[in-house]
Each structure stands twice: as structure tokens, then as C-alpha cells.
Design a protein around this ligand. Structure first.
Ligand code: ASP
Ligand code: MG
Length: 427
């Protein structure tokens, strides 16, 4: 069996949903699990709902109405016969509404999961009904009966053994029910799961890729295909790089490195479960379903054929020098790291010398000021912003030189395979 994952962009409107049906119809005999995210920017909209709800803001109703209108418009366009799907969508909005009429809890992350999970519930209900109307026998399954997690809401951790058990029993039941009636298509939500107490949890933003990997791992799938609006994994973001080329084959190792450095095409957690079971990952274009896209598997043979570029823009380089001229060593580093952890600062690159410690992080005015304030007594703190962080995998001097035209290098780090640089525009 295969696992397919369709993200928000692949179900962003009625035409996109129709396209998903066309793709599935290319595999008429295939048993599969189909994982679907919330439609278009629904997750962002629901995050907005959460914020308004927790603030008690009067704009809440209008925001919910907007999300409802968006989904209803898609339903109208898809023109699915019968009333069933409209009734279910209606019920989901009623549930959400009654949740929003309760007092917020004292855990914002708990509230987040209870509210934001509706994006995936809505999208999967709509897509599965449409698929059935087109003759694809899709069975809607609630991921809150499949993916078991702990209760670290918003970033829940998977209970792999319990999840494997739940996924397999659900899959076996479907197989039995379909005996002699054609292939099984299990359709479920990405991103969401449930705790031991059957409370809804979520796996972190963009977590649907990870869901696809979890289900593939649990079922020992032959492959996972992530359908995207790009031709596959490219060697650079075409937004910043007009000559981006497709990486046809890369290893798990390369994919995880690219994801780690910030290539946004695959969620970083996706690779490990697939690598552990040798499950091939395809990243393919839903706009050109006949094209092969990128194959990610164990062989490292093609990894170094083309240099890959990962750009992080809107960065700030912050440097700390102990005022008493003491060395940068374990004691002051642990103090600095405690502050970064408390301020939820994610370090993208760091470097030290005798009396200087520098980090490159996302540029956020508020966080920067907080850190400057926390550290100013013991450290002289300087910063450079905005700058950009460039990572080049499989670099050569020629590509680096081309990249540096008009730029000044603030930090440079090189290993055998990877060069990383913090750059500013030359004055
Ligand atoms: N809908 C969720 C998000 O936008 C999960 C996903 O799309 O992967 O983060
Ligand atoms: Mg999404």
C-alpha cells in the first residue's frame, strides 16, 4: 500500500479538490492512505480565531463566519449530491461554536489544539464526500482514533507502539469490509492526534507530512508521496533563485539535512520514521502528476551532484561579550542559553571566540529587545540586522563567489559538505 499526502495548497479551492480526485483516479487499483491538511490558509485563520477567542475580542464571530463562508463556497462549487456533507460541515461549525462559547482554559496550547484541529476535520469531510461522489470509495477515518500522542498540546509527541496498533486495527477492518469490492482508500487528517484520554492534540505546524510518515511507518507502506505545488525538492527556493533545478534523487540523510537548515519543502520530522523502515518518499507536483518529482531513499549516490542553497532572510546576528572580559565558557554560555530558551529563541547558527559569542536568529524586534534587556548588565550586546543566513550544501568556491556579489560576510562556517554564511548588503 501507498500513502499520499495532500497539503493546504493542493486543496485550496474547488478546482484543487477536483484535481486531487483526478490524481487518485490515476491509481484505480491501489490500496492507499490519503492524508489531507486544512484547506488553503485555514490553519492561519483558525489561529486568528484562537487569538480573538482568548482575548475576548468582538471580532471573533466575523472571523468564524469568514472560515465558514470559505468552506461553504467550496461546497457549492463542488456540487456534491445529497445533503450529508453539508449537514456534517454544519455540525462541525456548531461544535466549534459551542467550544468558543466556553471560557478559555488556562492552557493556551490546549485551546489551540481544540480549535485549530477543525481545519483538518472540515477539509477531510469535504474532500472525502467529493471523492465518493466521483466514484473513489474513500473511507473517512478520524485521526483522533489513529495517532496517539502525549498531552504536550500544540507539539504533541507520538506514542509509536499504541499508534501502530490503532492504525493497523483500523486498516485491517477496512480491508475486511472491502473484500472483493476493490481497493481500500483510507482518508484521514494530517496534523491532529489524540491523547490517552481521547482529547485532541496536534503535532506542530506543517505536521501533516509527519502524519503521512507516521501512518506509513505503522503500516509498513511501500512509499509515501507528498503532492506539492512545486515539481519536487529543488536545489533552491525559486523565490530567491531563478535557476533552481530539481533534485531527482537524494538520500534520507540529505533530505533531513536540507530540512534542518530550513528548506521548507518537507517537514523535518518526516524523514526519520521513513528511514527507519526503508520507506521511499516521493515529493511530486500535483500540477504535473505524470512527472516523477524527487525520490528520497537510502542511497547517497546522487547527493553531491548539485549544490543546494537554503536562504533564511530577516535574520539578526547578535553578539555577546562579557563586560568583565571573562572567557566565553560553560558558565556564561549556560546562562545565555537559559535566557534564549526562556525567550523561545531558536538559534540557526552560532559561533564563539575567546570573549565573544554570536548567534543568528529570526529577527523579531520584541524578542531582541527582551534579550538585550536580560543581558545588558553582564554583557556588551551588539547586533546586526537585517541580515540573511545562507547555507550551501555541496558547495564549491565558484558558487560561493557568485553568491557574495554585493554582500558582506559577517560569519562564515565551512565543513566538508556545507558552507554557511551570515551576509549583509554591502553599504
Ligand atoms: N494545517 C496544518 C498547518 O498548516 C498542518 C499542515 O498543513 O501540515 O500547519
Ligand atoms: Mg497546511
Amino acid at each position: 500500500m501507498k500513502v499520499f499526502k495532500f497539503g493546504g495548497a493542493s486543496v485550496k479551492d474547488a478546482a484543487a479538490v477536483e484535481n486531487v480526485a483526478r490524481i487518485l483516479k490515476l491509481y484505480p487499483k491501489q490500496d492507499m492512505v490519503v492524508v489531507i491538511s486544512a484547506m488553503a490558509k485555514t490553519t492561519n485563520a483558525l489561529e486568528e480565531v484562537l487569538a480573538l477567542y482568548r482575548r475576548g475580542d468582538s471580532g471573533l464571530a466575523a472571523m468564524v463566519d469568514e472560515i465558514r463562508a470559505f468552506h461553504e463556497a467550496i461546497l457549492v462549487e463542488l456540487a456534491i449530491p445529497g445533503d450529508e456533507v453539508r449537514v456534517i460541515v454544519q455540525q462541525l461549525f456548531e461544535e466549534l461554536q459551542s467550544r468558543l462559547e466556553r471560557e478559555p482554559s488556562d492552557n493556551p496550547d490546549f485551546d489551540y489544539d481544540q480549535i485549530v484541529s477543525y481545519g483538518e476535520l472540515l477539509s477531510t469531510v469535504i474532500v472525502s464526500a467529493y471523492l465518493r461522489a466521483c466514484g473513489v470509495a474513500a473511507h473517512w477515518v478520524d485521526a483522533r482514533r489513529l495517532v496517539r500522542t502525549d498531552n504536550r498540546y500544540r507539539e504533541a509527541r507520538v506514542n509509536w507502539s499504541k499508534t501502530t496498533e490503532l492504525v493497523n486495527s483500523s486498516w485491517t477492518a477496512l480491508l475486511e469490509g472491502r473484500k472483493g469490492k476493490g481497493p481500500v482508500v483510507m482518508l484521514t487528517q494530517g496534523f491532529i492526534g489524540h491523547t490517552d484520554e481521547y482529547v485532541t492534540s496536534t503535532l506542530g505546524r506543517e505536521g501533516s507530512d509527519f502524519t503521512a510518515a507516521i501512518l506509513a511507518y505503522a503500516l509498513g507502506a511501500e512509499s509515501v508521496s507528498i503532492w506539492k505545488d512545486v515539481p519536487g525538492v529543488l536545489n533552491a527556493d525559486p523565490k530567491y533563485f531563478k535557476d533552481a533545478v530539481l533534485l531527482k534523487r537524494i538520500s534520507y540523510r540529505e533530505a533531513i539535512e536540507l530540512a534542518y537548515y530550513g528548506a521548507s519543502v518537507i517537514h523535518p520530522k518526516t524523514i526519520k520514521p521513513l528511514q527507519n523502515k526503508g520507506i521511499v518518499l516521493y515529493v511530486r507536483s500535483f500540477l504535473e502528476p505524470q512527472s516523477e518529482g524527487t525520490t528520497i531513499e537510502s542511497s547517497t549516490f546522487s547527493d553531491s551532484l548539485v549544490p543546494s542553497f537554503i536562504f533564511k532572510v530577516k535574520q539578526v546576528l547578535i553578539s555577546f561579550t562579557p563586560r568583565d572580559f571573562s572567557f566565553v565558557a560553560e558558565d556564561n554560555l549556560s546562562e545565555l542559553f537559559r535566557i534564549f530558551a526562556e525567550r523561545q529563541i531558536k538559534i540557526h547558527l552560532m559561533q564563539n571566540s575567546a570573549i565573544n559569542f554570536s548567534i543568528c536568529v529570526d529577527y523579531d524586534d520584541q524578542k531582541l529587545n527582551a534579550v538585550l534587556n536580560d543581558c545588558k548588565v553582564r554583557y556588551e550586546v551588539l547586533y546586526n540586522a537585517p541580515c540573511e543566513l545562507v547555507t550551501i550544501r555541496h558547495y564549491d568556491q565558484d558558487t560561493i563567489s557568485r553568491l557574495l556579489i554585493g554582500k558582506k560576510v559577517l560569519v562564515e562556517q565551512k565543513s566538508r559538505s556545507t558552507a554557511r554564511m551570515v551576509l549583509v548588503e554591502q553599504a
